[in-house]
Write a new protein. Structure first.
Length: 210
């Protein structure tokens, strides 16, 4: 991917996103739409997967048919909201390998602290897609990518539903080699670090917590 930020403007993505943003949308509908939208976003973020060919026989003749090359891609969910995007993506890419990164924010330093980290092996040979619905300050995203690079990942992409300009700038500064794919670049963050106009707390909305 050449550009650092790709906004997926497909009408289906934008329509579903609008319903997800609305405060009256129920948990069940929010979850279903997230599932659907993540498959559309998965299409975009995997566009540059390496291909090779395999000799196959159709009922009529032989051909060299295109197939994915190399190791299975790795999807890395940033807990907990990342799991909502992950579920839909696995519907489209069921053979993907999956990892999880758990980070919390230290209230004194405001820096992300790791509490869980489990990722597939051979990350250096896989396309690695980090999923988190909300790219807000970008601190936890940048920290997650730091950890993945320490584990050898080289070909990393970041997939989110909404991005704030602050988060995009933070990622560009920390990881200019990591393209971001999102359904919307929103306006800004509020004082509490929420994206405006946003959709609220993505984890709360998908799991029905407060
Ligand atoms: N995380 C969320 O769930 N929502 C925001 O607006 C920002 C971060």
């Amino acid at each position: 991917m050449k550009q650092h930020l790709t906004v997926v403007t497909h009408p289906l993505v934008q329509h579903k996103l609008t319903i997800m943003r609305e405060k009256e949308t129920s948990t069940a509908v929010f979850r279903q739409l997230l599932h659907e939208i993540s498959q559309l976003l998965a299409y975009e973020v995997t566009y540059e997967l390496d291909m090779t060919t395999r000799r196959i026989e159709t009922p009529l003749e032989e051909m060299d048919a295109p197939v994915l090359a190399g190791r299975k891609l790795a999807l890395i969910s940033i807990l907990r909201a990342g799991n909502g995007l992950l579920d839909g993506m696995l519907g489209l890419i069921p053979s993907a390998r999956v990892g999880f990164v758990g980070l919390y924010r230290d209230e004194a330093t405001l820096q992300p602290v790791q509490y869980y980290y489990k990722v597939p092996d051979h990350l250096d040979e896989r396309m690695v897609i980090v999923v988190d619905p909300m790219l807000a300050t970008g601190n936890s995203s940048a920290a997650a990518v730091d950890l993945l690079k320490q584990s050898g990942a080289k070909n990393i992409r970041f997939l989110c539903l909404l991005a704030a300009p602050e988060g995009v700038a933070r990622m560009k500064e920390a990881h200019p080699d990591v393209p971001i794919v999102t359904a919307s670049l929103d306006e800004r963050l509020n004082d509490l670090g929420y994206i405006l106009p946003g959709l609220g707390d993505a984890g709360d909305r998908m799991y029905g917590t407060k």
